[in-house]
Design a binder for this molecule. Structure first.
Ligand code: 6GU
Length: 242
């Protein structure tokens, strides 16, 4: 998968080359390009923003600069990419979104700052390529950079050969619509707290049932909204008895 990011703070994206994502780049599972939006300015001040039509606080990112940047970055391949615009006003980014994007050959992230990007940039791009405005949660960040890091990590770990153990992507929280329950490792007793007996029983059916119950219990307490959205067939008879 190819990933390009356009931003006025390229150094903010440095973590893309660290740890898991850095390894994925080394192994050529993903290739990452980070582009400075100011490279497409023409004035001496390298201005990327201007005051909003209609008045109000903050600044809006200029369409001419973004237009040229996206023409060049998105026009550099055989097919256009999927263009992602992180914004708190976007549709929610979820694990489903990550799974869907993980099948794409090329994603471009357009990171806005200030009060956002002139809407015509998004509307015009959408006439030439698939575009999604997405939010990572109900809070406001200063810009799209940290949201981009979050989304790239969520997508990259789903790609074949990126995670050490492919089973860990399949057993995630959310893959069955529930939160994952607690995990334990050695020692058997730590600060007078024992590991639950069932996990040391060797009874695989009992362990699976216990884990399922802990997942149901945790989801009910922390995220009842997830249980309500679960399709009826996702719960078996024993689940319902809890
Ligand atoms: Cl994607 N961008 C910004 N600036 N703030 C956010 C967000 C995105 N998602 C939640 N808050």
């Amino acid at each position: 998968m190819r990933i390009d990011v356009v931003t006025i703070f390229p150094e903010y994206l440095a973590p893309l080359r660290a740890a898991l994502l850095g390894k994925a780049i080394e192994r050529e599972k993903i290739s990452v390009g980070v582009h400075d939006l100011r490279d497409w300015t023409h004035d001496v001040h390298r201005a990327v923003d201007d005051s909003p039509y209609g008045g109000g606080p903050g600044m809006v990112m200029k369409p001419d600069v973004w237009g040229e940047a996206l023409d060049e970055v998105c026009g550099s391949g055989p097919q256009p990419p999927r263009l992602i615009v992180p914004t708190p006003a976007g549709r929610p980014f979820t694990q489903r979104t990550a799974v869907r994007w993980s099948a794409e050959p090329w994603l471009v992230f357009a990171c806005g700052r200030y009060e956002g990007i002139d809407q015509r940039v998004v509307d015009e791009a959408a006439s030439r390529m698939p575009v999604e405005e997405v939010s990572i949660g109900d809070y406001v960040l200063v810009g799209g950079e940290v949201a981009t890091l979050t989304m790239v990590e969520a997508v990259a770990r789903l790609l074949p050969g990126v995670l050490g153990n492919p089973a860990s992507a399949e057993q995630d929280s959310f893959s069955d619509g529930l939160l994952e329950g607690p995990s334990y490792t050695r020692p058997e007793v730590w600060r007078e707290r024992p590991v639950p007996d069932v996990l040391r029983s060797g009874n695989h059916a009992a362990i699976a049932r216990w884990r399922r119950d802990r997942a149901l219990d945790r989801t009910y307490r922390r995220r009842p909204d997830l249980l309500e959205r679960l399709p009826a067939e996702a719960l078996d008879k024993k689940d319902r008895a809890r």
